[in-house]
Design a protein around this ligand. Structure first.
Ligand SMILES: [Zn+2]
Length: 256
């Protein structure tokens, strides 16, 4: 099988990707190198994939990835290898980054309404998926209103209750209040309350709070703080890393 490379439209991308990213054993690799000499379509695909990989590495470098992490980008398949220690987290992050960042980026960079879209990158739906609504206590009602998109009422509710809330509710209250201000287009106040929430957050949730804060700074037009917070999100790793990289990649265009 390794001797005869047969490429079709539906396997060419995968062939080239494995060739480029360490996914072929020696004999298959040699056969592919021979095949590519006489196959215009595979040469074209290789050229595109190499350019995309370079772009991705450049973006990762800009976003503060370590050289070690960046090197892994071009050894995606080797990591999967024949052995059991598949670094699935890295695979997910990288494929997420590829799809989230590079592919739409090329399309997106040419769109006139780009800047506006980016300013609203965080949506209430996205937020609701991340929060755990309380089942009892003072915050049940504000959560319900948040879910209904009544951000002005959430603000009134929580601001009114804040002083007499039990300490155990404070994180969730500041978090929700900050987000409500964010979606009410009052980013200055969003920053104040999200900072307070950040001071109370458990370490596992820090990346998420930093991601919200970065969004608030973006809406404030504060590039430096937005970048700083996005880079912290990237450093933390976890589920918000690829989103943060995606926005970092767009920064140039957003603020130019
Ligand atoms: Zn071919």
């Amino acid at each position: 099988m390794a001797r005869n490379i047969v490429c079709r439209d539906d396997n060419r991308h995968e062939l080239v990707e494995r060739y480029l990213m360490g996914g072929m054993k020696r004999r298959e690799k040699e056969a592919f190198a021979v095949h590519i000499k006489s196959c215009q379509a595979c040469r074209q695909q290789l050229k595109e994939s190499e350019a995309m990989l370079k772009k991705l590495q450049k973006a990762a470098r800009k976003a503060g990835w370590s050289e070690g992490d960046i090197a892994l980008l071009s050894r995606l398949y080797e990591r999967q290898g024949m052995f059991s220690h598949v670094n699935w987290r890295l695979v997910v992050i990288i494929s997420g980054t590829l799809f989230l960042m590079i592919l739409p980026f090329i399309w997106w960079a040419n769109q006139p309404e780009t800047k506006m879209k980016l300013l609203f990158s965080l949506t209430p739906d996205e937020v609701l998926l991340q929060e755990t609504p309380p089942t009892r206590g003072e915050l049940v009602e504000p959560f319900r209103r948040f879910e209904a998109g009544e951000f002005d009422r959430v603000i009134l509710d929580i601001e009114d209750r804040l002083a007499r809330l039990p300490e155990s509710d404070l994180f969730q209250a500041e978090n929700l209040l900050g987000l409500a201000y964010l979606f009410e287009k009052q980013p200055e106040k969003a920053v104040i309350h999200l900072q307070k929430a950040l001071a109370l957050v458990v370490p596992e949730d820090e990346g998420r709070l930093l991601w919200y804060l970065a969004n608030a700074y973006l809406r404030l037009g504060d590039r430096q703080r937005a970048e700083n917070h996005l880079q912290q999100v990237v450093k933390k790793g976890g589920p918000f890393k690829s989103q943060a990289l995606y926005v970092l990649q767009r920064m140039e265009i957003l603020f130019d």
